[in-house]
Structure formats: structure tokens, C-alpha cells
Write a protein of this length. Structure first.
Length: 385
């Protein structure tokens, strides 16, 4: 007798973005193992083609009306609440949260409260509400698997290891497009220049965050909550080739690194398939192509966002939510041509330091801090000559 193997039910949140489309490309070849039950996106007709191919039970668009051509039997939801309604309707086994920014937090909370597996590409969730979310995961038995290449690397390096044997972890960063640019020219950096990342292809918010290294600052906070590590055990190092995705140093002097060519499909597949490793028709790694790997210290003058991460952890409370909100608004304003490039981190730091820290034990607390950060960002920009 042949026993039927139940397929894992997956929701892809942010299905038309970089991570979402790569996830669907992976799932396309694994229909015997996975069912795509929900798709969400902000807008765009691409989701109609995705729905026609994968026939999900639910589709949500947060900023648009129903697309034409949804398959029969697919329910349409609209708006931010529609994302949660789609999750309530489909009850997926895995939620791949690739929504950009603070908008992804409620879905992360839903997933952990429901005891599901969260494949987390929305690092802002943990930056904003790490304490609250990790407590939810502990209470419900939910599992958080990091899709970020750096944290996915750390997760793999720690498999089977005793956390008490960690001396420190090393998060690697490429340094973005301005690693060697003269500091005196930073005020003249243009939108197009900041969007030219030398290694990865990502959305605008994350690409600008890689240029300022605020993205790496967020990863320090994310690592703190994911792995339960104090700030002094989390180090950042520049690695322009993006081959060593991160490293763990143990108390006996051993260092374990996870390496590979920069391709987000690898950590996506790892998180979808965990705890198994499944075959992937991927270009084999050729060490001879990477004879020269560089590791450089962080220049705090060039990348002031990285020290800001440790300041945020010292402040505690809802500081992470304020940090993310201010950066999100300043990044939007930079992309719109309203502020110069250095103002993104400079103004974010001012906001973080001038606002009184409050508790962040509930989603309501976190969302209030998010609103404060955005309001302060826009007020400061409006009153700055």
C-alpha cells in the first residue's frame, strides 16, 4: 500500500517582490511537497498570473482592487486587514513573510501566535518587536527561521551546537556601493547611485539600507532576538565579495562559516525545507573563483548606522520600533529627493535620542512607537532649513 504524503501548505506574503518571486520559482518545481494556499502583494497585475499558476485559496492586495483573471475558488481580500483574513482563512503551515517594512509586523505576530513556522524575510518585525514576538514563539511552540542570508548562515552554523559555547558571531556585510567613495562627497549621492548595489538585487528600501548599512544595524538587533545573544557577542565585519555569509566563533577557538555564491534562493529553500535539506539544481561552488576574500573593520564615520544598532539595544523598550519607523520615512524622503543621503542616518539618530523610551510588550505599544517615529521624522525634515 502506498501512503499519500501530505503537502506543506505555504503562504507567500509579498509574492511579487524579489524574495516572493524567487520563492515561487522554487515551489514551482516542488509541487509534490508544497501547496501555495495564499498570496499577498501591495499592487500589480503580476499576482493574477501567480494565482492562475498556483491556484491559491486566498489572494490579498493591500493597495489595489481585485486583479482580473483570478481562478475560480480563489477568495480575494483587500487592505492590511485582508492579509490577516487570508491567513485566517487558509491556516498555512509555513508563512514566508517577505512584506517590506513595518507593514509585515502584524503577519509575523499572527504566525507566531498561531504556532506556525515563520520563514522571516521581514527583518523589521524583530527590529520593532523582537521581545514580544520571541515570547509569542516560546508560548505557542512556533519556529522562526531567518531568510536573511546572514542569519540563515548563523542558523546553519549553530545546528546541533550548545548556545552556551558561542564566543561571538560575525555578521558580514558587503559595504554597499560606497565602500571606497570619499566621505566628502556623501551629501551629493544620488538616488540612482544608492540603488546600485554591487552584489545583491533587492527592493529599493533594502538596497538603500545596504548603502547606509542601516540594514546591517537591523541585522544586529535581529541576531540579538533570534539567537538570544548579548550585544557584545555580535560583531559586524565588511566582506565585499559576499561569499562568507556569516560566521560563528566558539569558546574553543573554532570558527564555523557558511559560504556560497550570493543567491537568495539558497536561504529561501533552506527555510521552506527545514529540517531537511532538499536537492537544488544550483551551480556548484568553485573555490578557485574566489582566491581573494577580504574582511575589513567597520568604519563608524562611513557607516554610523552600525553603532546606532548597539545604542538601540542599550536603550531597549520600543527603541527598535522608533529606529525602523524613522529610517523607513527618511529612506522614503531620500528616494523622493527631499533629503540628502547622510540625513537618513543622522536624522534617525536624532529621533532615537530625543524620544523617551517606552515599553514594547504589546503590539499596540509597538505600533504607537512606529507612529511616533514617523511623525518625528516628517516634523524634523519639515523644520530643517
Amino acid at each position: 500500500m502506498i501512503l499519500a504524503v501530505s503537502r506543506t501548505r505555504v503562504a507567500i506574503l509579498g509574492s511579487t517582490g524579489s524574495v516572493g518571486t524567487q520563492a515561487l520559482a522554487i515551489l514551482r518545481d516542488r509541487r509534490d511537497r508544497f501547496d501555495v494556499v495564499a498570496l499577498t502583494a501591495r499592487r500589480g497585475e503580476q499576482i493574477a498570473a501567480q494565482a492562475a499558476e498556483f491556484s491559491p485559496t486566498a489572494v490579498c492586495m493591500t493597495d489595489a482592487d481585485p486583479p482580473k483573471g483570478l481562478p475560480p475558488g480563489t477568495t480575494f481580500h483587500r487592505g492590511a486587514d485582508g492579509v490577516l483574513a487570508a491567513l485566517d482563512q487558509t491556516r498555512p503551515d509555513i508563512v514566508l513573510n517577505a512584506i517590506t517594512g513595518a507593514a509585515g509586523l502584524p503577519a509575523s505576530e499572527w504566525t507566531l501566535r498561531a504556532g506556525r513556522r515563520l520563514a522571516l524575510a521581514n527583518k523589521e518585525s524583530l527590529v520593532m518587536a523582537g521581545e514580544h514576538l520571541m515570547q509569542l514563539a516560546e508560548n505557542s511552540g512556533a519556529i522562526v527561521l531567518p531568510v536573511d542570508s546572514e542569519h540563515c548562515a548563523i542558523h546553519q552554523c549553530l545546528r546541533g551546537e550548545d548556545p552556551s559555547t558561542i564566543r561571538r558571531i560575525w555578521l558580514t556585510g558587503s559595504g554597499g556601493p560606497f565602500l571606497h567613495r570619499p566621505l566628502a562627497t556623501f551629501p551629493s549621492i544620488t538616488r540612482d547611485e544608492a540603488l546600485r548595489h554591487p552584489t545583491w538585487t533587492m527592493g529599493p528600501r533594502i538596497t538603500i539600507g545596504s548603502a547606509t548599512m542601516m540594514n546591517k544595524a537591523f541585522e544586529v538587533l535581529e541576531a540579538h532576538w533570534l539567537f538570544g545573544l548579548p550585544p557584545d557577542k555580535i560583531q559586524v565585519v565588511l566582506h565585499p565579495q559576499s561569499i562568507v555569509h556569516s560566521m560563528v566563533e566558539f569558546v574553543d577557538g573554532s570558527i564555523v562559516a557558511q559560504c556560497g555564491v550570493p543567491d537568495m534562493r539558497v536561504p529561501i529553500l533552506y527555510c521552506l525545507s527545514w529540517p531537511e535539506r532538499t536537492p537544488f539544481d544550483f551551480q556548484p561552488f568553485d573555490p578557485s573563483r574566489w582566491r581573494n576574500l577580504e574582511f575589513l573593520p567597520i568604519d563608524a564615520e562611513r557607516y554610523p548606522a552600525v553603532p546606532l544598532a548597539y545604542e538601540t539595544l542599550r536603550l531597549g523598550g520600543d527603541s527598535g520600533a522608533v529606529l525602523n519607523a524613522a529610517d523607513e520615512e527618511l529612506t522614503r524622503l531620500f528616494l523622493a529627493g527631499a533629503v540628502p543621503f547622510p540625513a537618513i542616518v543622522e536624522t534617525t539618530a536624532r529621533i532615537l535620542r530625543q524620544r523617551q523610551v517606552r515599553p514594547a510588550t504589546t503590539l499596540a505599544n509597538v505600533l504607537a512607537a512606529d507612529r511616533d517615529g514617523r511623525t518625528l521624522a516628517n516634523q524634523l525634515v519639515a523644520t530643517t532649513p
